[in-house]
Design a protein around this ligand. Structure first.
Ligand code: NAP
Length: 168
């Protein structure tokens, strides 16, 4: 089973502020939807509260060490148990969708990365732990220019890259 991490981060690895995302990039969100639909997705309790609804056509899994309950999600206290559940359901590719605590917790299990790097230098209170790219090979790279409308930035410039892990 592929364990894929999908994240959008800024120039200083920023990913969130006040439990919200830092930018709106329609095309990137559409890509997120297209990639994750039909799959299991794993997130932390804070990210689930931030989204504030289940993501449809996906099996929503929330990691929490407290007694979190929501009727439409599967809750696990341990990542291994969550991954075992995905395997038991014959998942081919499970997506780790954040946030910072869960990315860090899951990283040792991850073998594919879907990374959106946004040309953002603004404030944040949540950061992705820097990724050491040595064991990773880039298989896809796309560049998107800043979109300016009426003299104002509508969408920041961003880069989309997909990596797979070199097997030991
Ligand atoms: N840019 C992006 O791509 C992206 C993606 C997702 C989220 N975000 C942003 O990231 C921020 C949220 O990230 P966050 O790091 O604060 O929270 P988070 O990772 O979403 O969730 C943290 C929660 O996960 C649970 N947890 C942590 N470690 C665990 C473990 N070892 N076992 C079981 N459960 C565990 C805990 O829940 P309990 O307290 O219930 O135990 C903890 O409070 C928001 O700003 C959000 O918008 C950004």
């Amino acid at each position: 089973m592929l364990v894929s991490l999908i994240v959008a981060y800024g120039n200083n690895w920023q990913i969130g502020l006040n439990n919200k995302l830092l930018w709106y990039i329609k095309k990137d969100l559409e890509n997120f939807k297209a990639l994750t639909q039909g799959h299991h997705i794993i997130m932390g309790r804070e990210t689930f509260l931030s989204i504030n609804k289940i993501l449809h056509k996906r099996t929503n899994i929330v990691l929490s060490k407290t007694n979190f309950y929501h009727k439409d999600v599967h809750t696990f206290t341990q990542i291994k148990k969550a991954l075992d559940f995905c395997k038991k359901n014959k998942e081919q590719e499970v997506f780790i969708i954040g946030g910072a605590q869960i990315y860090e917790l899951c990283f040792p299990y991850v073998n594919k990365l879907y990374l959106t790097k946004v040309n953002y230098d603004g404030p944040a209170d949540t950061y992705l732990k820097n990724i050491d790219f040595k064991p990773w090979v880039c298989e896809k790279e796309e560049f998107y220019k800043e979109i300016i409308q009426n003299g104002k930035t509508k969408t920041l410039a961003w880069t989309y890259k997909v990596y797979y892990k070199i097997k030991n």
